[in-house]
Design a protein around this ligand. Structure first.
Ligand code: DGL
Length: 269
């Protein structure tokens, strides 16, 4: 048995720290795996990028990542990227399985009782054709409100690094998710940006009434494990194995970011 049980790493990708919400679930399900976390902080936030430019940017970035780390699987732990570039990545790197993160519209449509569902996401994700297609395919009988937030991903970054959150700003961003219509109320909010689960307790506090907040992180981790060969070995031996690590595309994560990564068991390269 080698230090990493003979397997290649699982690459987890996001524009920032949001993918950590998926990483923590993946780690629980696959303690024997070696993880590499990539934060494209030089490109953050992805929400406002022009689609063509973002597509090119991510495919180019992956040329380097695949060549360098040769992952067994790549998890795009970012809705804004997945809803745009997943098909391009699969076409460009046919030997790498990709798992995407896309708005959990299907489970929301299955679970809603009131028939009023909101999808809270970046401005990029709400305008994607991919998102519209998901609604057409799975939620045609449900009223889905798409709420694009300019600020929440950035607020989550600040919260996780510095422990500070502007509660009034969270309230303003979340408020449009809540609608009342013919005596019915929104009963589900889909967290369609991987940064948002970090703020969910603040969102609950800001909500005018209780709703179910859907965080797809566990489902994504389960999808990833289903695509990997079963490993019979136990957890990796921490002292012998290569540590999980994080790479920031800016090359200059600050002290608070390094500290946060350490908290997630990631060494910053
Ligand atoms: N975490 C990303 C997502 O799931 C988006 C953050 C951003 O770059 O705006 O959509």
């Amino acid at each position: 048995m080698t230090a990493n049980n003979g397997s290649r790493p699982v690459l987890m990708f996001d524009s920032g720290i949001g993918g950590l919400t998926v990483l923590r679930e993946a780690r629980v399900l696959m303690p024997e795996r070696h993880f590499i976390y990539i934060a494209d902080d030089a490109g953050f936030p992805y929400g406002g990028w022009e689609e063509g430019l973002l597509r090119e940017h991510i495919v180019k970035l992956f040329e380097g990542l695949i060549a360098r780390y040769d992952p067994e699987i790549a998890v795009i732990a970012c809705n804004t990227a997945s809803t745009l570039v997943l098909a391009d990545l699969r076409a460009a790197f046919p030997n790498t399985p990709f798992v995407g993160t896309v708005p959990a519209i299907k489970p929301a449509a299955e679970r809603t009782r009131s028939g009023l569902v909101s999808v809270l996401a970046t401005p990029g994700t709400v305008k994607r054709q991919y998102t519209r297609d998901l609604i057409g395919e799975w939620a045609s009988k449900v009223h889905v409100r798409l709420v694009g937030s300019e600020r929440l991903a950035g607020l989550a970054e600040i919260y996780m690094r510095d422990g500070f959150v502007d509660e009034a700003a969270v309230r303003e961003e979340v408020e449009p998710c809540f609608i009342e219509q013919d005596g019915r109320r929104t009963d589900i909010v889909v967290l369609a940006c991987t940064h948002y689960p970090f703020l969910v307790n603040r969102m609950r506090k800001a909500a005018p009434w209780p709703v179910d907040w859907i965080d797809p992180a566990e489902a994504i981790a389960r999808r990833a494990i289903s695509l990997l060969p079963q490993q019979r070995s136990g957890p990796r031996e921490p002292l012998l194995s290569e540590p999980d690590f994080a790479v920031f595309t800016s090359g200059t994560p600050d002290f608070a970011t390094r500290r946060l990564m350490q908290g997630f068991g990631l060494k910053v390269l």
